[in-house]
Design a protein around this ligand. Structure first.
Ligand code: AHM
Ligand code: MG
Length: 333
Protein backbone atom coordinates (compact mmCIF):
# COMPACT_ATOMS: atom_id res chain seq x y z
CA UNK A 1 0.00 0.00 0.00
CA UNK A 2 1.22 3.50 -0.79
CA UNK A 3 2.12 5.26 2.43
CA UNK A 4 0.99 8.80 3.14
CA UNK A 5 0.40 10.88 6.21
CA UNK A 6 -3.09 10.33 7.66
CA UNK A 7 -5.75 12.87 6.86
CA UNK A 8 -7.30 14.90 9.65
CA UNK A 9 -10.43 12.82 9.35
CA UNK A 10 -8.53 9.51 9.59
CA UNK A 11 -6.49 10.80 12.52
CA UNK A 12 -9.55 11.91 14.50
CA UNK A 13 -11.41 8.67 13.78
CA UNK A 14 -8.41 6.58 14.86
CA UNK A 15 -8.15 8.51 18.10
CA UNK A 16 -11.86 8.27 18.73
CA UNK A 17 -11.74 4.48 18.57
CA UNK A 18 -9.66 4.66 21.75
CA UNK A 19 -12.80 5.93 23.54
CA UNK A 20 -15.56 3.29 23.54
CA UNK A 21 -18.12 5.82 24.80
CA UNK A 22 -17.53 8.12 21.80
CA UNK A 23 -20.50 8.26 19.45
CA UNK A 24 -18.90 10.23 16.63
CA UNK A 25 -20.32 13.67 17.48
CA UNK A 26 -16.90 15.08 18.11
CA UNK A 27 -15.61 13.97 14.69
CA UNK A 28 -18.59 15.62 13.06
CA UNK A 29 -17.89 18.91 14.81
CA UNK A 30 -14.23 18.78 13.80
CA UNK A 31 -15.09 17.81 10.23
CA UNK A 32 -17.47 20.75 9.96
CA UNK A 33 -14.76 23.14 11.16
CA UNK A 34 -12.20 21.59 8.80
CA UNK A 35 -14.58 21.90 5.84
CA UNK A 36 -15.20 25.53 6.74
CA UNK A 37 -11.42 25.98 6.84
CA UNK A 38 -11.00 24.60 3.33
CA UNK A 39 -13.74 26.84 1.95
CA UNK A 40 -12.41 29.92 3.76
CA UNK A 41 -8.91 29.10 2.52
CA UNK A 42 -10.15 28.98 -1.07
CA UNK A 43 -12.09 32.21 -0.69
CA UNK A 44 -9.07 33.98 0.82
CA UNK A 45 -6.80 32.78 -1.95
CA UNK A 46 -9.21 34.22 -4.48
CA UNK A 47 -10.18 37.26 -2.39
CA UNK A 48 -9.06 39.89 -4.86
CA UNK A 49 -10.65 38.06 -7.78
CA UNK A 50 -14.05 37.28 -6.24
CA UNK A 51 -14.46 40.71 -4.64
CA UNK A 52 -14.08 39.36 -1.09
CA UNK A 53 -11.74 42.11 0.11
CA UNK A 54 -12.95 45.25 1.87
CA UNK A 55 -15.78 45.96 4.24
CA UNK A 56 -19.55 45.51 4.30
CA UNK A 57 -20.17 49.01 5.63
CA UNK A 58 -21.66 47.59 8.86
CA UNK A 59 -20.20 47.57 12.38
CA UNK A 60 -20.11 44.43 14.55
CA UNK A 61 -21.05 44.08 18.23
CA UNK A 62 -17.61 45.28 19.22
CA UNK A 63 -18.03 48.50 17.24
CA UNK A 64 -15.54 47.35 14.58
CA UNK A 65 -16.04 47.43 10.83
CA UNK A 66 -17.20 44.09 9.44
CA UNK A 67 -15.02 42.78 6.63
CA UNK A 68 -16.92 41.00 3.84
CA UNK A 69 -15.04 37.83 4.64
CA UNK A 70 -15.92 38.03 8.36
CA UNK A 71 -19.60 37.99 7.54
CA UNK A 72 -19.38 35.28 4.90
CA UNK A 73 -17.19 33.01 7.04
CA UNK A 74 -19.40 33.48 10.08
CA UNK A 75 -22.50 32.35 8.19
CA UNK A 76 -20.59 29.44 6.69
CA UNK A 77 -19.40 28.12 10.07
CA UNK A 78 -22.82 28.57 11.66
CA UNK A 79 -24.44 26.63 8.81
CA UNK A 80 -21.89 23.82 8.73
CA UNK A 81 -21.84 23.33 12.50
CA UNK A 82 -25.60 23.68 12.69
CA UNK A 83 -26.26 20.92 10.20
CA UNK A 84 -24.13 18.38 12.13
CA UNK A 85 -26.86 18.08 14.76
CA UNK A 86 -24.08 17.82 17.34
CA UNK A 87 -24.03 21.43 18.51
CA UNK A 88 -26.51 22.91 21.00
CA UNK A 89 -25.36 26.54 20.82
CA UNK A 90 -22.64 28.66 19.23
CA UNK A 91 -20.85 31.89 20.06
CA UNK A 92 -19.08 34.02 17.47
CA UNK A 93 -17.04 37.19 17.50
CA UNK A 94 -19.42 38.50 14.86
CA UNK A 95 -22.70 37.94 16.73
CA UNK A 96 -23.79 39.60 19.96
CA UNK A 97 -25.63 36.74 21.66
CA UNK A 98 -25.72 32.94 21.62
CA UNK A 99 -26.54 31.43 18.21
CA UNK A 100 -29.03 28.56 18.19
CA UNK A 101 -28.69 25.97 15.47
CA UNK A 102 -31.94 25.40 13.62
CA UNK A 103 -34.47 22.75 14.70
CA UNK A 104 -33.55 19.54 16.43
CA UNK A 105 -29.90 20.32 15.87
CA UNK A 106 -30.07 22.27 19.11
CA UNK A 107 -30.07 18.98 21.06
CA UNK A 108 -26.34 18.53 20.33
CA UNK A 109 -23.73 17.78 22.99
CA UNK A 110 -21.26 20.56 22.17
CA UNK A 111 -21.20 24.33 22.53
CA UNK A 112 -18.81 25.82 19.99
CA UNK A 113 -17.19 29.26 20.07
CA UNK A 114 -15.26 30.74 17.18
CA UNK A 115 -13.69 33.75 15.60
CA UNK A 116 -14.43 33.11 11.91
CA UNK A 117 -11.62 35.23 10.43
CA UNK A 118 -9.31 36.77 13.00
CA UNK A 119 -7.07 39.61 11.88
CA UNK A 120 -9.30 40.16 8.86
CA UNK A 121 -7.81 43.56 8.02
CA UNK A 122 -4.82 41.52 6.74
CA UNK A 123 -6.92 40.11 3.89
CA UNK A 124 -6.70 43.31 1.88
CA UNK A 125 -2.90 43.03 1.80
CA UNK A 126 -2.73 39.25 1.19
CA UNK A 127 -1.16 38.69 4.62
CA UNK A 128 -2.03 35.75 6.91
CA UNK A 129 -5.25 35.47 8.90
CA UNK A 130 -6.81 32.66 10.92
CA UNK A 131 -9.92 30.97 12.29
CA UNK A 132 -9.96 30.16 16.02
CA UNK A 133 -12.33 27.62 17.59
CA UNK A 134 -13.21 26.14 20.96
CA UNK A 135 -15.58 23.25 21.71
CA UNK A 136 -17.08 22.90 25.18
CA UNK A 137 -19.23 20.00 26.37
CA UNK A 138 -22.68 21.32 27.15
CA UNK A 139 -23.56 21.77 30.82
CA UNK A 140 -27.30 22.29 30.38
CA UNK A 141 -29.16 19.02 30.26
CA UNK A 142 -31.41 19.17 27.23
CA UNK A 143 -33.01 21.27 24.53
CA UNK A 144 -31.42 24.36 23.07
CA UNK A 145 -28.15 25.29 24.67
CA UNK A 146 -27.66 28.75 26.12
CA UNK A 147 -25.18 31.11 27.71
CA UNK A 148 -24.22 28.69 30.52
CA UNK A 149 -22.90 26.28 27.91
CA UNK A 150 -20.75 29.03 26.39
CA UNK A 151 -19.55 30.76 29.56
CA UNK A 152 -17.27 27.99 30.80
CA UNK A 153 -13.66 28.39 31.88
CA UNK A 154 -11.09 27.40 29.30
CA UNK A 155 -9.88 24.45 31.37
CA UNK A 156 -13.18 22.68 30.49
CA UNK A 157 -12.57 22.80 26.74
CA UNK A 158 -13.09 19.48 24.97
CA UNK A 159 -11.09 20.69 21.99
CA UNK A 160 -9.60 23.89 20.68
CA UNK A 161 -7.42 25.03 17.87
CA UNK A 162 -6.99 27.24 14.87
CA UNK A 163 -6.69 27.28 11.13
CA UNK A 164 -3.91 29.43 9.73
CA UNK A 165 -4.34 30.80 6.22
CA UNK A 166 -0.74 31.59 5.38
CA UNK A 167 1.70 30.50 2.70
CA UNK A 168 0.10 27.15 3.41
CA UNK A 169 -3.15 26.45 5.25
CA UNK A 170 -2.69 24.64 8.54
CA UNK A 171 -5.15 23.07 10.97
CA UNK A 172 -3.79 22.80 14.52
CA UNK A 173 -5.81 21.36 17.40
CA UNK A 174 -5.75 19.75 20.80
CA UNK A 175 -8.21 17.70 22.82
CA UNK A 176 -5.94 17.71 25.86
CA UNK A 177 -3.70 14.92 24.59
CA UNK A 178 -1.03 16.91 22.80
CA UNK A 179 -1.17 19.31 19.87
CA UNK A 180 -1.40 18.03 16.33
CA UNK A 181 -0.76 19.99 13.15
CA UNK A 182 -2.07 19.28 9.65
CA UNK A 183 -1.32 20.96 6.34
CA UNK A 184 -3.86 21.39 3.57
CA UNK A 185 -2.98 19.75 0.28
CA UNK A 186 -5.04 22.01 -1.99
CA UNK A 187 -4.81 19.58 -4.90
CA UNK A 188 -6.63 16.91 -2.87
CA UNK A 189 -8.61 19.19 -0.57
CA UNK A 190 -7.36 17.24 2.46
CA UNK A 191 -5.53 18.20 5.62
CA UNK A 192 -2.62 15.77 6.18
CA UNK A 193 -0.82 15.24 9.46
CA UNK A 194 2.48 17.13 9.48
CA UNK A 195 3.39 17.11 13.19
CA UNK A 196 2.02 14.92 15.95
CA UNK A 197 2.46 16.10 19.54
CA UNK A 198 3.92 19.47 18.66
CA UNK A 199 5.92 21.17 21.45
CA UNK A 200 7.37 24.64 21.82
CA UNK A 201 11.09 24.67 21.08
CA UNK A 202 13.41 25.83 23.82
CA UNK A 203 12.93 29.46 24.54
CA UNK A 204 13.99 31.94 21.90
CA UNK A 205 14.46 35.62 22.45
CA UNK A 206 11.60 36.87 20.31
CA UNK A 207 8.68 39.04 21.41
CA UNK A 208 5.55 39.76 19.47
CA UNK A 209 3.43 42.71 20.52
CA UNK A 210 2.04 45.97 19.17
CA UNK A 211 4.74 48.10 20.70
CA UNK A 212 3.27 51.19 19.10
CA UNK A 213 0.86 51.13 22.04
CA UNK A 214 3.61 50.97 24.67
CA UNK A 215 3.07 54.57 25.80
CA UNK A 216 -0.50 53.64 26.83
CA UNK A 217 0.46 50.43 28.68
CA UNK A 218 0.63 50.00 32.42
CA UNK A 219 4.00 50.56 33.96
CA UNK A 220 4.99 46.84 34.45
CA UNK A 221 4.51 46.17 30.73
CA UNK A 222 6.53 49.24 29.82
CA UNK A 223 9.40 48.14 32.09
CA UNK A 224 9.23 44.61 30.66
CA UNK A 225 9.54 45.71 27.04
CA UNK A 226 12.32 48.17 27.87
CA UNK A 227 14.18 45.31 29.59
CA UNK A 228 13.83 43.11 26.47
CA UNK A 229 15.40 45.82 24.34
CA UNK A 230 18.46 46.45 26.51
CA UNK A 231 21.77 45.34 25.11
CA UNK A 232 23.02 42.47 27.30
CA UNK A 233 24.31 39.54 25.23
CA UNK A 234 24.79 37.41 28.37
CA UNK A 235 20.98 37.25 28.80
CA UNK A 236 20.27 37.11 25.07
CA UNK A 237 19.22 40.75 24.86
CA UNK A 238 18.16 42.66 22.92
CA UNK A 239 15.28 40.40 21.89
CA UNK A 240 14.02 40.40 18.31
CA UNK A 241 10.57 41.80 17.56
CA UNK A 242 8.15 40.06 15.17
CA UNK A 243 4.55 41.20 14.74
CA UNK A 244 2.13 40.41 11.94
CA UNK A 245 -0.98 41.79 13.65
CA UNK A 246 -2.96 38.58 13.23
CA UNK A 247 -3.05 36.53 16.40
CA UNK A 248 -3.08 33.10 14.77
CA UNK A 249 -0.07 33.89 12.61
CA UNK A 250 1.86 35.53 15.45
CA UNK A 251 1.07 32.62 17.77
CA UNK A 252 1.88 29.96 15.16
CA UNK A 253 5.34 31.44 14.66
CA UNK A 254 5.95 31.40 18.40
CA UNK A 255 4.70 27.84 18.73
CA UNK A 256 7.16 26.72 16.07
CA UNK A 257 10.09 29.03 16.79
CA UNK A 258 9.67 30.03 20.45
CA UNK A 259 9.15 33.37 22.19
CA UNK A 260 6.25 35.32 23.64
CA UNK A 261 3.13 37.01 22.29
CA UNK A 262 1.65 39.81 24.38
CA UNK A 263 -1.42 42.00 24.13
CA UNK A 264 -1.41 43.93 27.42
CA UNK A 265 -4.17 46.09 28.82
CA UNK A 266 -3.70 49.82 28.85
CA UNK A 267 -4.61 52.73 31.07
CA UNK A 268 -7.90 53.35 29.24
CA UNK A 269 -8.78 49.70 28.55
CA UNK A 270 -7.46 47.59 31.41
CA UNK A 271 -8.68 44.40 29.76
CA UNK A 272 -6.85 45.05 26.49
CA UNK A 273 -8.25 44.05 23.13
CA UNK A 274 -8.37 40.30 22.77
CA UNK A 275 -11.45 38.27 23.62
CA UNK A 276 -11.25 35.55 26.25
CA UNK A 277 -13.57 32.89 24.92
CA UNK A 278 -12.88 32.63 21.20
CA UNK A 279 -9.38 34.13 20.90
CA UNK A 280 -7.42 33.71 24.15
CA UNK A 281 -8.74 30.50 25.75
CA UNK A 282 -8.45 28.25 22.68
CA UNK A 283 -4.85 29.30 22.00
CA UNK A 284 -4.06 29.05 25.72
CA UNK A 285 -5.22 25.41 25.65
CA UNK A 286 -3.02 24.74 22.63
CA UNK A 287 -0.07 26.54 24.26
CA UNK A 288 -0.32 24.59 27.52
CA UNK A 289 -0.63 21.30 25.66
CA UNK A 290 2.53 22.23 23.75
CA UNK A 291 4.40 22.82 27.03
CA UNK A 292 3.90 26.60 27.12
CA UNK A 293 2.00 29.02 29.32
CA UNK A 294 -0.78 31.58 28.96
CA UNK A 295 -1.80 34.14 31.57
CA UNK A 296 -3.31 37.59 31.97
CA UNK A 297 -0.09 38.66 33.70
CA UNK A 298 -1.22 37.38 37.07
CA UNK A 299 -3.54 34.47 36.44
CA UNK A 300 -3.84 31.40 34.20
CA UNK A 301 -6.13 32.18 31.26
CA UNK A 302 -7.79 28.75 31.46
CA UNK A 303 -8.90 29.40 35.06
CA UNK A 304 -10.71 32.68 34.38
CA UNK A 305 -14.45 32.27 35.00
CA UNK A 306 -16.11 34.05 32.08
CA UNK A 307 -18.93 36.48 32.71
CA UNK A 308 -19.61 37.70 29.17
CA UNK A 309 -19.44 36.22 25.69
CA UNK A 310 -17.23 39.01 24.36
CA UNK A 311 -15.19 39.79 27.47
CA UNK A 312 -11.58 40.80 26.95
CA UNK A 313 -8.40 40.02 28.83
CA UNK A 314 -4.76 41.09 28.86
CA UNK A 315 -2.85 38.24 27.25
CA UNK A 316 0.65 36.76 27.50
CA UNK A 317 1.29 33.53 25.65
CA UNK A 318 4.27 31.43 24.64
CA UNK A 319 7.29 29.70 26.14
CA UNK A 320 6.64 29.17 29.85
CA UNK A 321 9.87 30.88 30.92
CA UNK A 322 9.07 33.97 28.84
CA UNK A 323 5.55 34.27 30.22
CA UNK A 324 6.87 33.80 33.77
CA UNK A 325 9.32 36.60 33.13
CA UNK A 326 6.61 39.15 32.28
CA UNK A 327 4.55 37.90 35.25
CA UNK A 328 7.48 38.81 37.51
CA UNK A 329 7.31 42.39 36.23
CA UNK A 330 3.61 42.40 37.14
CA UNK A 331 3.94 40.82 40.56
CA UNK A 332 6.83 43.14 41.47
CA UNK A 333 4.38 46.00 40.90
P1 AHM B 1 -10.02 41.21 15.15
O1 AHM B 1 -10.69 40.12 15.94
O2 AHM B 1 -10.88 42.41 15.02
O3 AHM B 1 -9.49 40.71 13.85
O4 AHM B 1 -8.80 41.71 16.04
C1 AHM B 1 -7.94 40.77 16.60
C2 AHM B 1 -6.55 41.01 16.08
C3 AHM B 1 -5.61 39.90 16.45
O5 AHM B 1 -5.50 38.96 15.43
C4 AHM B 1 -4.31 40.62 16.63
O6 AHM B 1 -3.47 39.95 17.54
C5 AHM B 1 -4.74 41.95 17.13
O7 AHM B 1 -6.07 42.15 16.71
C6 AHM B 1 -3.93 43.06 16.56
O8 AHM B 1 -4.36 44.25 17.10
P2 AHM B 1 -3.57 45.61 16.85
O9 AHM B 1 -3.91 46.02 15.47
O10 AHM B 1 -4.11 46.53 17.90
O11 AHM B 1 -2.11 45.34 17.04
MG1 MG C 1 -10.73 38.31 16.34
Amino acid sequence: MVSFQPTLNQFIRARQQEYPEAVGDFSQVMNAIALAGKLISREINLAGIVDATGYTGRMNVQGEEVAKLDEWANELIVDLLGETGCVCVMGSEEVEGPISPPGSASMGRYAVLFDPVDGSSNIDIAAPVGTIFSAQRRVTESGTGHMDDLLQPGRNQAAAGYILYGSSTMFVYTTGNGVHAFTLDPTMGEFHLTTEDLKFPDKSNVYSTNEGNAGTWLEPDQRWVEWLKQNDPATGRPYSARYIGALVADFHRILLKGGIFAYPGNTAKREGKLRLLYECSPLAFVAEQAGGRATNGLRRILDIEPTGLHQRTPYYLGNASEVELVERFHSDG
